[in-house]
Design a protein around this ligand. Structure first.
Ligand code: CBF
Length: 800
């Protein structure tokens, strides 16, 4: 598509789709016009992919996830379709600021963090690999809350991405399913019939997901909740307007907000409703599509693979059994066998508080038929495995991990370490009963978004050095490795990083009014705020460094900019205290004349996917410092390495594999291993001993206790100090000295710029394995038993 064609299409959409005269159009109108012009180019390959799937009777993958953190879609589409230059030029020809048009798009924040972003990367790779697939989730009206800071404290506000037309979706009013809740189960002629007490409609909204070079497009189908009957006119006519609107309100609540966290108790009933709502609608839709093509329901696993992204969609299992048994009339055991040959489950965490459990009472009340089936599934499992000691129902709750495991063909962890720990800990007994069921699938990230689009400077250098083709064959980055010993290449690599940092410095200056030196080390920790991720250890190191700088101002300190980003779950008080501490430390450090430009702390509010795309290409150092054994994988760690930021990190999650691939010499390792961490917790007063052994740590904690960073309220950080001294489950104190020392080693290497650049470049060159294309190929072969559809010339191509 040429610049002029795109420009003409934009003008056409502006006028006819949005009724705007170019003379009065705002940035938003132009952004919508560009989006429509680009979207038109997706529809053809999308249809062609669907037709190819039907005509070839290909097996389909269904990815069920309560979260899809898709971010902005316009740039993704432009990049995948190769329209970057045409779009820039068309905007220029229309006298538009291209960057302003692109950044006008709201981030679709339909997820909390890594799990949701992984789902989005997987969709991209499924389309790139031309694997017929659907993502299924919820069309939340309000995604993850907007974060701002008031006097350093996190303030949450409702996010409103749907407050304006959504450019990428197609509403499918005809694809609606009635989803029941509550009610009774009638036993009739040996069969169970569920009569729900109430119901809502699940309506489909489809977003096409285009793969690399537009060769294939899959669908992300999100469900919105609607009332089954409009509103109560009789009540309205009596003047009781609120009661009249009640059914609509009750239904809408289900898809109104993304559940803000996977670790708190709030809104449990609503959460279970959300889970059943989307799982049941998706199962119905999958079976409708299957039965429209095939007669024999027993062959379902040959044509359908369902992946449960964590346990949030786990109720899909009993729902599938219910339909096969109660509605299709299959014997119970056969129904369970078919369901478990179709379903697979990914575990994303071993944190006990995040392993879902539903009270039996709530489950029985909300989903009476399903609770009965869960009991039967539990009996069936005990009967067929002789694992009588093991049950998915325990002390009045249903354990969704166990249930998902019992009903799965394959169960996977998301990094080698995590999978190993799954086998040793949470699922040890189930693993013994089903020794082949657990497999590892180390996570990955899409290189189209996380290198090509977000880092044009580096991707340009990669292409000039090794040619194109790496975008969907990321292991080709390995061809960069020999170039790292070439001083000319290193100089160009350094220049790209410097330019990205200068760009970020401008943004920080504009947005936050903080001036930072682009030649300082940009040290970045961006992720949800959680005790196990240990932002607290990072900020303690800032305090220790600040203290040391004040003590010896004449030393030749390596200047650093410490950058933080992330949100705390609204109910997670300790995480919120950590946020406030980072902000308070920033206030003191950034205005300390004795420190000047040598240490700055920057915490931009409302971290999201777009902010990650801005920060990662400019990072020098990647902070991956979780307590070993607690981070299942991490995916930010992969994005940083890919963009040339060496890691300072523990042997946790995928850090282990990153270090193996980039080389131990290009990774700053510190801290206890997962096994050592477990043992350390048993040592009496382990924190006290660590504090006594580290004057820097003792001093930093003393600053918290003295109120150095909260002079108006000296006790503000007493609670955090108490946790450190007496309840240090996440071993901040035990790992602090090693972390602080390793940071000084980082300084030493950074001083030798050439050595640093070589290390950074090796991180890029050796990160190709962390492409989500590799992960998806592996799921396809080892879990789903699907192969990519051959895309013949003219089948799904842009040129057709
Ligand atoms: O597997 C994807 C990510 O999932 C989490 O974010 C999760 O929500 N459980 C984990 O915490 C990450 O380690 C993991 O990378």
């Amino acid at each position: 598509m040429t610049r002029d064609e795109l420009k003409a299409e934009m003008l056409r959409h502006l006028q006819y789709s949005f009724g705007k005269d170019p003379a009065h159009a705002q940035v938003r109108d132009w952004r919508m016009a560009l989006s429509m012009a680009v979207r038109d180019r997706i529809v053809e390959p999308w249809f062609a992919a669907t037709r190819a799937t039907y005509s070839g009777q290909h097996k389909r993958v269904y990815y069920l996830s309560l979260e899809f953190l898709i971010g902005r879609l316009l740039e993704d589409a432009i990049v995948n379709l190769g329209l970057g230059q045409a779009a820039r030029e068309a905007c220029a020809a229309l006298d538009l600021d291209f960057e302003a048009v692109m950044t006008d798009e709201p981030d679709a924040a339909l997820g909390n963090g890594g799990l949701g972003r992984l789902a989005a990367c997987f969709l991209d790779s499924l389309s790139t690999l031309s694997i017929p697939a659907h993502g299924y989730g919820i069309r939340y009206e309000h995604g993850l809350f907007k974060q701002s800071f008031h006097e350093g404290r996190q303030v949450e506000q409702a996010e409103d991405w749907l407050n304006q037309p959504h450019a990428w979706e197609f509403e499918r009013a005809e694809s609606s399913y009635e989803i029941g809740f509550w009610g009774e189960v009638e036993e009739k002629d040996g069969r169970a019939i569920w009569h729900p007490g109430d119901a809502v409609l699940a309506r489909a909204y489809d977003t096409p997901v285009i793969g690399w070079q537009g060769r294939w497009a899959n669908t992300l189908r999100l469900w919105g909740a609607k009332p089954t009957k409009l509103f109560d006119l009789a009540r309205f006519n009596t003047g009781d307007f609120t009661a009249a609107a009640q059914p609509e309100e009750a239904a809408r609540t289900i898809s109104r907000v993304l559940y803000p966290d996977d670790t708190t108790d709030a809104g449990r009933e609503l959460r279970l409703k959300q889970e059943y709502f989307f799982a049941a609608a998706s199962i119905r839709d999958i079976l409708r599509r299957y039965t429209s093509e095939y007669d024999d329901i027993r062959r379902l696993p040959h044509k359908v693979a369902i992946q449960l992204n964590d346990t949030h969609p786990a109720i899909a299992g009993p729902e599938l059994v219910r339909i096969l048994h109660d509605e299709h009339g299959l014997a119970f055991d056969e129904a369970v066998q078919i369901a478990s040959a179709t379903l697979n489950y990914t575990n994303h965490t071993l944190l006990p508080e995040a392993l879902e459990r539903w009270s039996e009472g709530l489950m029985r009340h909300l989903l009476p038929r399903h609770m009965r089936l869960i009991e039967q599934i539990d009996d069936w499992h005990a009967r067929t495995t002789k694992g009588r000691t093991l049950s998915a129902i325990d002390q009045g709750s249903v354990k969704m991990g166990e249930l998902s495991f019992m009903l799965a063909n394959r169960v996977n962890g998301v990094s080698a370490l995590h999978t190993g720990l799954m086998k040793k800990t949470v699922f040890a007994e189930l693993d013994r009963l089903h020794p082949d069921r657990i497999v590892n699938q180390t996570n990955g990230v899409t290189p189209r978004r996380w290198l090509l689009a977000c880092n044009p400077g580096l991707s340009g250098l990669v292409t000039e050095t090794i040619g194109t083709g790496w975008e969907d064959d990321l292991e080709r980055l390995g061809q960069l490795d020999p170039h790292v010993s070439d001083a000319g290449f290193r100089a160009r690599f350094a220049a790209v990083k410097r330019a990205n940092k200068a760009h970020l410095s401008d943004w920080i200056g504009r947005e936050m009014g903080i001036s930072v030196d682009p030649d300082a080390m940009f040290d970045v920790q961006i992720k949800r705020i959680h005790e196990y991720k240990r932002q607290l250890m990072n900020v303690l190191d800032v305090i220790a460094t600040w203290h040391a700088m004040r003590g010896e101002p004449g030393l030749d300190w390596v200047p650093r900019v410490k950058i933080f980003g992330g949100k705390a779950a609204p109910g997670y008080q300790t995480a919120k205290e950590i946020i406030r501490l980072i902000n308070d430390v920033a206030t003191v450090v950034n205005s300390d004349p004795a420190i000047g430009d040598r240490l700055k702390v920057v915490y931009p509010p409302n971290y999201n996917v777009s902010m990650a795309e801005r920060l990662i290409p400019a990072a020098d150092l990647s902070e991956q410092i979780s307590t070993a054994g607690k981070e299942a994988s991490g995916t930010g760690n992969m994005k940083f390495a890919l963009n040339g930021a060496p890691t300072i990190g523990t042997l946790d999650g995928a850090n282990v594999e990153i270090r193996e691939r980039v080389g131990a010499g290009n990774f700053f390792l510190f801290g206890l291993t997962a096994e050592e961490a477990m043992a350390r917790r048993e040592v009496p007063d382990h924190a006290g001993r660590a504090i006594a052994a580290s004057p820097e740590l003792a001093q930093a904690i003393a600053h918290l206790e003295r109120g150095t960073f909260s002079p108006g309220e000296p006790d503000r950080y007493r609670h955090l100090a108490q946790i450190l001294r007496h309840h240090d489950y996440f071993l901040v104190c035990s790992d602090f000295a090693a972390y602080h020392a390793k940071q000084r080693a980082v300084d030493a290497v950074f001083r030798d710029r050439d050595a640093w650049v070589a290390m950074a470049a090796r991180n890029t060159a050796r990160s190709g394995w962390f492409s989500s294309d590799r992960t998806i190929r592996s799921y396809a072969a080892e879990i789903w038993d699907v192969t990519p559809v051959e895309v013949g010339p003219g089948a799904c191509v842009l040129a057709s």
